[in-house]
Ligand binder design. Structure first.
Ligand code: ZN
Length: 350
């Protein structure tokens, strides 16, 4: 019998019971790969979507999910260690979660997020919801010493996504105004901090007074409760009827009609998700009359992640951890995400 490890395995798409703890063989790293002793792995909405069944494409099952990984290098595979000088066994790392081909037109123009071969660790290949995982050495980033493993795991997906949305795609400039939709989410919690540090006036929406206070503590100037009254009117009042220059939204059909009202003329709506739905009736005339721009954002680049981590290392941005759970409570982690009462990341400690 080969040595085994505990892993959270998805064998079919379905409800929370579809994720099951199993004993599986400890994997061996191949060429250019490393084996990571996983210390922490954060959950994302993507993990819920994968469990329920994909909107696009096919997910290979069985699958060990989890793309937000922090841990220690356990074993270097062939060609790593011989030819690569920068990693040693025992090094503490976090992980850039996208796998791209590196040679297509889109990779070479610096937009690997649009690579046709683009895959996500924990979605298309096994991820970090296990004691060990195998990863390409090229995806590793040294863990900042100031961060715990739980804090480090809370960062990669949301930090690269927020940076890509606001800075790389949205082109945020100092002095602009920004609306962060759904301040309790992980991407939003980073977006508030990045936008504030970038010199923007930051507005946010959320669902409770408690979350509003937490969003303000992260740097939001004003927070609107979308369950109380017409928050778009409140935002327009707060901006002398002008609206905001840039909106970061990962909610989708439930919030877009309000976002379009809340945008200033020439405003940009940047979208990276649609878990509330993907379609709604759109008045096209308002797009051209007010010269609005709708911009898609798909994950983030290695460079986006390193830029965001630089702000973390400098103390300007911090990971926001809501709950830490052991691997045995992985289904509770899914429940917290599905019920939306968290503020920041739900992290599995392994
Ligand atoms: Zn490519």
């Amino acid at each position: 019998m080969p040595p085994t490890m505990t892993a959270a395995v998805l064998r079919y798409h379905g409800d929370r019971d579809a994720v099951q703890l199993e004993q599986v063989p400890i994997p061996e790293p191949g060429y250019g790969e490393v084996r990571i002793r996983v210390k922490a792995c954060a959950l994302n909405w993507l993990d819920v979507g994968i469990r329920r069944g994909p909107k696009f494409g096919v997910i290979p099952l069985p699958l060990i999910g989890g793309g937000d990984i922090a841990g220690e290098i356990d074993k270097l595979g062939p060609a790593v260690g011989d030819g690569v000088e920068n990693w040693r066994e025992g090094d503490a790392v976090l992980v850039y979660p996208l796998l791209t081909c590196g040679v297509c037109e889109f990779c070479r123009r610096g937009e690997p997020t649009t690579c046709p071969q683009h895959r996500i660790i924990g979605e298309h290949v096994d991820g970090g919801l296990a004691e060990y995982t195998i990863l390409p050495a090229a995806n590793l980033i040294a863990k900042p010493e100031s961060l715990s493993f739980v804090e480090a795991a809370a960062l990669p997906v949301v930090a690269m996504t927020a940076w890509h949305m606001l800075m790389s795609i949205g082109g945020l400039q100092a002095g602009e105004s920004v609306l962060i939709v759904g301040a309790g989410g992980g991407v939003a919690s980073l977006g508030i901090q990045i936008a504030r540090f970038a010199g923007a006036t930051v507005f946010a929406t959320t669902s409770s007074a408690d979350k509003a206070e937490r969003a303000k503590a992260l740097g939001a100037h004003e927070v609107f409760n979308y369950r109380e009254g017409d928050w778009v009117q409140q935002l327009l009042d707060a901006t002398n009827g002008r609206g905001v220059d840039l909106i970061q939204d990962n909610v989708g059909a439930a919030t877009w009609p309000h976002d379009l009202r809340a945008l200033a003329r020439n405003g940009r709506l940047v979208v990276c998700g649609s878990h509330s739905g993907t379609t709604f009736p759109l008045d096209i005339a308002q797009i051209y009359h007010r010269q609005l721009r709708i911009l898609g954002s798909n994950g983030g680049t290695f460079y986006d992640l390193t830029r965001a981590l630089a702000l973390v290392e400098a103390g300007h941005v911090r990971p926001v951890v809501d709950t830490v759970l052991p691997l045995e409570q992985i289904r509770e982690g899914h429940r917290l995400l599905e019920e939306g009462e968290h503020f920041g990341k739900v992290v599995i400690s392994i």
